[in-house]
Design a protein around this ligand. Structure first.
Ligand code: PMP
Length: 359
């Protein structure tokens, strides 16, 4: 199929159900959304204070270099400011990388299922998409390495992977990167990085120091609880950032988002609290799965994929009628499962009760 024809096969982004819409349909007073891996604890009080006191003129464009957030983040990560790129969510950085690196005749390698925007943007750019099946929810890095050839421009790694929550270990990652040619760009999407507690996880800052072809993507949408502001960032060797930056829109990160993200960084105790609560929430789900004899993917993120071996869409609809919006595994490419965001203790108990009544 020709490039533009293939692009026309793409569906526009299908937004999930909103709580208002579900309340109306089922006549419910309370609806909990556990579908998009958002933070049930909101954001730091420091962020809310900062936003309340924001008094700059709204007629002024945002700072097109994200200067003060850049300085804060570079200091926080202990890297050079030129090693950073910011986006309107990490979604936009995925788009920028694709636009900068892909074209018809090139190919790009990724796992499946994984975060769908890698594939989506590759199709828009007319590149060939090479998808390698996950094994037990994890990237099959040997097969991914085999899929690389002289026309490969980008390899996408998602760790922890969305939708399985499985991470790549330090040993696995280094072995893979050692086998990748230097001119292949490797994107390491760590949208859920701050939730990871596994001892065998790699240090992404060390990785970018050692491997000049790797860019790491992170976001303020998840543990920082700032999804509405749309702020994501990437860090890599300066030369790599310089290759993507020309594609960036002039004022791509909004002013409030820049302030909110900087305030978010300044409150690491909030992040610590969210990580601890998330871990406890995962344990609640694991105990439930063991009790109900359900298989699940052990997660390093703030969601869990549970295998109900049922019609995922039916369970999805049922949970919605009980006031819980989750993500159907049918839509994620793993039929029989649902992916549920770890909520507060009460929200987790509520959704598990609803799941139990379905079984
Ligand atoms: N990468 C992954 C793996 C994600 O799950 C998400 C959000 N669902 C994103 C990137 C995009 O996040 P954002 O654009 O909000 O930074």
């Amino acid at each position: 199929m020709k490039w533009k024809e293939q692009m026309l096969t793409l569906k526009a982004y299908q937004p999930g159900r909103t709580t208002d819409d579900v309340k109306k349909e089922y006549g419910l007073k309370e609806v909990v959304k556990l579908a998009s891996n958002e933070n049930p604890f909101g954001s730091s009080e420091k962020v809310r204070e900062c936003i309340r006191s924001y008094a700059d003129s709204f007629s002024i464009y945002p700072d097109g270099y994200t200067t003060s957030l850049r300085t804060e983040l570079a200091e926080f990560l202990n890297i050079d400011e030129k090693q950073l790129i910011f986006g309107n969510g990490s979604d936009e950085i995925i788009l920028m990388i694709s636009r900068a690196m892909l074209e018809p005749g090139k190919n790009t390698v990724m796992a499946t299922p994984t975060f769908p925007q890698y594939r989506h943007n590759a199709v828009v750019e007319g590149a060939e998409v090479r998808e390698v099946e996950l094994v037990n929810g994890a990237h099959d890095l040997d097969k991914m390495a085999d899929a690389i050839d002289e026309n490969t421009a980008i390899v996408w790694l998602c760790s922890p992977n969305n939708p399985t929550g499985i991470h790549i270990t330090d040993t696995q990652l280094r072995a893979f990167l050692d086998s990748v040619p230097d001119d292949v760009f490797v994107v390491l999407d760590e949208a859920y990085y701050e939730y990871v507690t596994a001892d065998d996880y790699y240090d992404a800052l060390e990785i970018v120091k050692q491997y000049k072809n790797v860019i790491v993507l992170r976001t303020f949408s998840k543990i920082y609880g700032l999804a509405a502001f749309r702020v994501g960032y990437g860090f890599a060797d300066e030369s790599l950032i310089a290759q993507i930056d020309p594609v960036r829109e002039p004022f791509n990160v909004n002013s409030l988002g820049q302030k909110a993200a900087a305030a978010g960084i300044s409150d690491q105790s909030f992040i610590e609290m969210c990580r601890t609560e998330n871990k406890a929430g995962l344990e609640q789900f694991y105990a439930f799965c063991r009790e109900e004899k359900l298989e699940y993917y052990p997660s390093e993120a703030n969601f869990i994929l549970i295998d109900f071996k049922c019609d995922s869409n039916e369970l999805f609809e049922y949970l919605m009628s009980k006031g819980y919006i989750v993500r159907s595994g049918a839509a994620l490419g793993i039929p029989g499962t649902v992916r549920v965001t770890v909520g507060s203790k009460e929200q987790n108990e509520g959704v598990m009760k609803a799941m139990k009544s379905f079984l």
